[in-house]
Design a protein around this ligand. Sequence first.
Ligand code: AP5
Length: 216
Amino acid sequence: MKNLILLGPPGAGKGTQARNLCEAFGFVQLSTGDMLREAKKDQSELGKKVANIMARGELVTDEIVIGLIEKKLTNEENSKGFIFDGFPRTLAQADALRDLLETIGQKLDHVVELYVDDEKLVQRIIGRFTCSSCGELYHKTTKPPKNPSICDICGSKDTFNYRQDDNEDSLKIRLLAYYRDTSPLIGYYHAHNKLRKVNGLGSVDEIQSKIRNILS
Ligand code: AP5
């Protein structure tokens, strides 16, 4: 069993790599971004509370995201391990994760930092869209679907969805939040001897193979 954090700025490829690892090895992906978007879609109290914060590109409170992760870690059946995608994002979240893993008798194996320069991040984020039916990620220039209105993976028609926070104004705030609140985790995990750095530029398969080498 392995537990892995994918750390990196918006657009670094955390979600893309996490999905591929889960498919190949049966890990459970815990993406706080996906959980919060799900809550928004369901119009739950939580969803209403976080909608504007997320649209602006700011971070949701530690209390909310730690609560979401706690619920998953204590309820999810899992024998292969967890991939944390977009969590932790603050030092308080990192401490909480350490305590939660300890409570369930597990430990963190690796933290993979995906690094990509800002200019490339903007290009990736601004062209991104997903299939709302199966969650497959696309990009208008680097990974368009074969047919512009049909998902290559699940065959759904007209289900492509653009994220509300994937615009230049929100992205500036998301990047600022990353450098201010999340990048200190690089030093934190380096000090705990967990950090592995992977260049996030290159093909999806090349990066996937570097991460698999770390896991082996
Ligand atoms: P979240 O959903 O976590 O967004 P993010 O961290 O901004 O990351 P992204 O999903 O934008 O990027 P990614 O690294 O997953 O890249 P992807 O694989 O999609 O968070 C959203 C919001 O929720 C936050 O702003 C905050 O408000 C809130 N939130 C979430 N977690 C929180 C927490 N813990 N604490 C507080 N608030 C929280 O790839 C991007 C694009 O690039 C895609 O189009 C993809 O096809 C393409 N691509 C990927 N890899 C490659 C490659 N190698 N080559 C070419 N293109 C590629």
